[in-house]
Ligand binder design. Structure first.
Ligand code: 3HC
Length: 699
């Protein structure tokens, strides 16, 4: 690992060599620096090309080094860029594949840049809660203009090299090179060295300007603040880009560096770095590796053309894979296909999908009413009504008709996958694939591993998840799996808060301020309160000793099912989705408390947030100790990708680690003493209690 050196005639070539993404780790930086010194002292060499080994240039600083001495060890990236600027021979960055973060900053600090078309170019630091720390916010505006640069820095989104190269007057890419990038870059380097008459070009000498800077940056700052709630990095990105216009280059650089250091130490940045690695770790399962056999997955079928079945189908169509949907009646099929069409047509109308692509997707869709038509599918995903008897019947039928080796998946969200598997003669082929609604949008896929599910089947489904752009997390079998099991405790606690004196809107407001996309009561109204009601009926009849609030049930008994019935925890005006505080619910709660003998009290926002989040954490700890989930970071990924937990808090388990498990347990014990709360609810899970007592964390 490091940087490799070789020559092509009179041109030196430095190849970044740190697979898989050529992160600019300490050894890589040292290798580049030593190679540059060598070029400077060798009179036979006239120019330098820096290129990435493997399929890409560089994904930037090595994030694993952050917070460790290696990150700042000399030569750090900052010093390396100064060394390049002082070179007497032209340095050309030749970028391909991925050129991001510190990788792009290395290129921006070079004298010239050439790129292969199709290169993903970006400054994604904001997604890690920081900003580019080595001149990205100062040089990119000078290279492509202030507005396009600010958009890239604030959103962290990457843009293709050919799109950037087409910006009028841009100074980012001197040439796009089709074909052999190294050969083209060496020719370009030679031409630069030979035609050179003046100083080598540096972006620091270009002026960054905006015709209406004051108003533009104010607008950009307000927009960034509005979109990012309490998360500080985006607004700081605006400040730094503004400095490129209002300050000298060196002042801007120092300002950027100062903010970079400040942001790096924030809990938000630590949490986002945790999320980065947690999402990648989720796909790694202890007993599955590259050597585990995979099954072929060419033909896919979905049983059920309802909301879930349709959404699941769209994932495959979007990935360019043919799908056959099976239903029991032609009307249900027609309805399902019409909904899929409607969803795509909305995208076409918004300009997010080209009309020809829409037709291509639809041409991959087949429908049938006959199980024998899907008998040769490699994977069948059942998405029928959430009822064990109905699902068992579907699996009996599948067992009878499907070819040997077909993977039989159920999209159940709460039912026992082992029982479903047991009705077949091939439980090793049965697995849960729990998609989240809307299934074509939500990233999360809980892959439920039954007690008999084979490693081969699990590995195949995990690979498949990547191809349909889902974040897969493996869960064991239990009621609700990881996500809904924890959600049950969260909602129980939210309802206790309402019994004790909060209004639904107070609870929602507090947790939304914390960063959740939506509070529990707005979610319940959106999803349909009758769904939770049905689950509670089943769950709490089986567990009569468990206390839960009947507030949600009472609303359902009044027909207040949520948005779909025009009323739930909130009132709704026809045709609009705004949740309006309901006087009926307010009166109902007053009566409810009176009947239950509860003296209502004012509850602060911190208590609301902590009671809701600790409810998740405690159940998350149980999920871990029972082996339902293999890693605390997986629990975080479930909540981040499926339940709107704020990314900059890192997920419930990461957030609890940040606060300190000792403090979490202490506040749980305090809530247990509250006369209106449920002491049993706050009994710390043994794993949580042990970690807290030992001063340890989940991570
Ligand atoms: N540092 C360390 N490891 C990195 C990394 C980085 N910058 N970028 C990716 N990796 C690792 C991943 O953790 C993963 O490791 P694993 O195989 O052990 O799980 C491996 O590289 C492959 O990553 P992906 O699974 O994400 O591979 P993809 O092909 O899907 O995506 C990518 C590749 C587009 C480069 C994507 O990894 C990515 O977006 N990386 C983040 C880039 C980034 O944030 N750069 C900014 C760094 S901060 C910086 O540069 C500061 C500077 O301004 C001073």
């Amino acid at each position: 690992m490091g940087a490799l050196f070789h020559t092509r005639g009179d041109v030196a070539v430095i190849t970044l060599d740190n697979p898989p993404v050529n992160g600019l780790a300490c050894d890589v930086r040292r290798g580049i620096s030593e190679a540059l010194d060598r070029v400077e002292t060798d009179a036979s060499l006239i120019a330098v090309v820096i290129i990435g080994g493997g399929k890409l240039f560089s994904a930037g600083a090595d994030i694993r080094e952050f917070g460790r001495p290696e990150a700042v060890a000399e030569p750090n990236l900052f010093s390396l860029l100064m060394q390049i600027e002082m070179m007497s021979k032209p340095v050309i960055a030749a970028v391909n594949g991925v050129c991001m973060g510190g990788g792009l900053e290395l290129a921006l600090g070079s004298h010239y840049r050439v790129a292969a078309p199709g290169t993903d170019v970006g400054l994604p630091e904001v997604k890690l809660g920081i900003l580019p720390g080595c001149g990205g916010t100062q040089r990119l505006p000078r290279a492509i203009g202030v507005e396009p640069a600010l958009n890239m820095v604030v959103t962290g989104e990457s843009i293709k090299s050919e799109v950037l190269a087409a910006i009028p007057g841009q100074k980012l890419f001197d040439q796009l090179i089709e074909g052999d990038l190294l050969a083209g870059a060496c020719d370009f380097a030679r031409a630069c060295a030979e035609s050179r008459s003046t100083d080598l070009p540096l972006l620091r000498h270009v002026k960054a300007s905006h015709p209406n800077a004051e108003a533009y940056f104010q607008f950009a700052r307000n927009t960034a603040k509005g979109a990012s709630r309490n998360f500080p990095a985006p607004a700081k990105c605006v400040d730094a880009v503004e400095a490129s216009v209002k300050r000298t280059f060196d002042e801007g650089l120092a300002f950027e560096r100062h903010i970079f250091r400040e942001l790096l130490g924030t809990p938000e940045s630590k949490a986002l770095r945790h999320v980065f690695f947690a999402e990648r770790a989720a796909a790694k399962v202890a007993d599955i590796d590259a050597a585990t056999a995979r099954r072929t997955l060419d033909k896919v079928s979905v049983i059920g053309a309802g909301t879930m079945g349709g959404g699941i189908t769209m994932n495959f169509l979007d990935a360019g894979r043919p799908v056959t949907i099976l239903e029991t009646t032609q009307e249900a099929l027609d309805r399902g296909v019409a909904t899929i069409r409607k969803n795509y047509e909305a995208l076409v109308r918004k300009g997010k999908l080209a009309a020809d692509k829409y037709e291509r997707k639809m041409s991959l869709l087949r429908t049938t009413l006959d199980y024998t038509d899907i008998a040769d599918a490699d994977l069948v995903i059942e998405a029928v009504y959430e009822d064990l008897k109905v699902k068992e019947q579907v699996f009996r039928t599948l067992d009878g008709v499907m070819k040997p080796g077909a993977i039989l998946a159920t999209n159940t969200s709460t039912l026992d996958v082992n029982r479903i598997a047991e009705v077949t003669r091939r439980p090793q082929d049965v697995v849960g694939m729990h998609f989240f609604s809307p299934a074509n949008v939500m990233k999360l896929l809980e892959v439920v591993r039954g007690k008999a599910t084979s490693r081969e089947v699990l590995a195949t489904v995990l690979d498949l998840a990547k191809t349909i752009r889902k974040t897969a997390v493996v869960s064991g079998v239990c009621d609700g799996f990881i996500g809904n099991r924890m959600l049950d405790q969260y909602f129980r606690q939210a309802s206790f808060l309402v019994e004790e004196g909060c209004s639904p809107e107070q609870v929602d407001r507090a947790i939304e301020k914390f960063g959740f996309a939506m509070g529990p009561f707005r979610v319940a109204d959106l999803a349909g309160n009758d769904i939770g009601w049905a689950i509670r009926k089943r769950r709490y009849i089986e567990k009569p000793h468990v206390r839960y609030s009947r507030v949600g049930d009472v609303l359902c008994e009044m027909g207040r099912f949520g948005q779909k019935s025009g009323a739930g925890f909130y009132d709704y005006v026809e045709g609009r989705r705004d949740a309006v505080p309901s006087p009926i619910v307010k009166d109902l709660l007053v009566q409810f408390r009176k009947d239950a003998g509860i003296e209502p009290r004012k509850i602060g926002e911190d208590e609301i947030v902590h009671r809701l989040v600790w409810a998740l954490v405690n159940e998350g700890a149980r999920v871990l100790e029972e082996g339902i989930s293999g890693k605390a970071s997986d629990v975080d990924v479930v909540y981040l990708t499926g339940y709107g937990f704020p990314r900059h808090r890192g997920g419930p388990m990461c957030y609890a680690d940040t606060v300190g498990l000792y403090n979490v347990v202490r506040s749980m014990r305090q809530y247990a003493r509250n006369p209106n709360d449920d002491a049993a609810f706050w009994e710390p899970a043994p794993l949580l209690a042990r970690l807290a007592a030992e001063g340890k964390s989940f991570s």
